[in-house]
Design a protein around this ligand. Structure first.
Ligand code: PMP
Length: 374
């Protein structure tokens, strides 16, 4: 199998798997229990929290575990609007956010909040100025993703949030960092962000675990209430196995961000070289995108090409896998024509991807273009 769909999910690393096994066999206590089994479980959660906090330059007390980035994004937006939304009713977001942001702001819009969506300019790039100009005294929160999951575009989050904070210090800043975490250097101070969403399964941990960084002092109304775990911000017995796996994966991959980035940059170059030899293939991701995500159009309907690849045990995605083949409109936002969006394919690599795998993919793509009618 050639797995080139790592923006959808990644294979859990052995460290994450053994962390899960340990926590479901030996360390199975409830962190809230007052006996030793509970304490040991609590220690495992504390350890993971410390690793994750350290990896983004946060304090341990600023990390809250959730079930994944979808929940983190919901908690950030709904939580902040719940806390401050009576006085300030405006939300500013980019127009290319993941559904867990877009659908949430749409729901808040229906409740009466004002939502402003900022599109990229004609050159397909975002400019800090456009976000700043949309902010005003009524704005409660601004949310921007660091790396777009469909194209790899890197948004100017740090620069935008810095300028926003300078002019409107009270606006809460939030960043969906799912596709940037453990791939680019991420630091909450450099990003000037008050909140940051992370997901475990995109970084070789496991599904069902995520985190939200909430800067000390930012008020958030919980979206899940109950037994007051996670300081009352996110109730529910902590999933020690998943949290431990998340911590183990971060501990491992945090050491090699730069080396892996360079390796994947080389792989992207190799991929683009091979694609340039095939007629009818165009590249939708910009040159300055994250190398981990490459979006192309091959002139054949995405789903048909995807299944052609699947028969050869090559796994890629059409646009965003989260939308199950349904177009999210993100590609059009980036100026990609409807026709090219219909044939868009997303190749998302890891540092373990090999040039041989890329060669096989490129050859299969060429074969697919020949065999599938345009
Ligand atoms: N944001 C982005 C940018 C994503 O790519 C994803 C996953 N597709 C999510 C949020 C949601 O993450 P999770 O699967 O952990 O809910």
């Amino acid at each position: 199998m050639i797995y080139l769909d790592n923006a959808s999910t990644t294979k859990p690393c052995p460290e994450a798997v053994s962390a899960v096994i340990d926590a479901v066999t030996d360390n199975f206590g409830n962190p809230s229990s007052l006996h030793r089994a509970g304490l040991n479980a609590q220690l495992a959660v504390d350890k993971a929290r410390k690793i994750i906090a350290g990896s983004i330059g946060a304090d341990v007390g600023e990390i809250y575990f959730t079930s994944g980035a979808t929940e983190s994004n919901n908690l950030a937006l709904r939580g902040v609007m719940g806390a401050y939304g009576k006085r300030k009713n405006k939300i500013v977001v980019s127009a290319v956010e993941h559904a867990s942001i877009e659908e949430t702001v749409s729901a808040l819009e229906k409740q009466g909040f004002e939502v402003v969506r900022i599109s990229p300019r004609e050159d397909g790039q975002f400019y800090a100025e456009d976000f700043i100009n949309a902010c005003d005294e009524k704005t409660c929160i601004i949310s921007m993703m660091l790396v777009n999951n469909e194209t790899g575009h890197i948004l100017p989050v740090g620069e935008t949030f810095k300028a926003v904070k300078k002019r409107y210090p009270e606006i809460v800043t939030h960043c969906d960092c799912v596709q940037g975490y453990m791939k680019l250097p991420v630091n909450v101070r450099t990003l000037n962000t008050d909140m940051l969403s992370l997901s475990g399964h995109k970084i070789h941990a496991v599904k069902g675990i995520g985190a939200l960084y909430i800067k000390k002092g930012i008020r958030v109304v919980p979206t899940v209430t109950g037994g007051h775990q996670e300081k009352g911000i996110r109730s529910g017995t902590e999933s020690v196995p998943l949290i431990s796996a998340f911590g183990s994966a971060v501990e491992k991959y945090n050491l090699t961000i730069k080396e892996r980035y360079e390796k994947v940059t080389g792989l992207k170059k190799h991929l683009l070289d091979r694609l340039s030899e095939i007629d009818g293939v165009s590249v939708n991701s910009p040159e300055n995108a994250s190398p981990y995500v490459v979006n192309i159009s091959a002139g054949r309907r995405s789903e048909i090409m995807l299944h052609f690849m699947e028969q050869k045990e090559i796994y890629i995605s059409s646009g965003s896998a989260c939308s199950k083949g349904q177009q999210s409109g993100v590609l059009q936002q980036f100026g990609i024509t409807r026709k090219n969006a219909d044939s868009a394919l997303r190749i998302s690599m890891t540092a373990e991807t090999t040039t041989q795998e890329i060669d096989i993919f490129a050859e299969t793509l060429r074969e697919g273009i020949e065999k599938i009618r345009g």
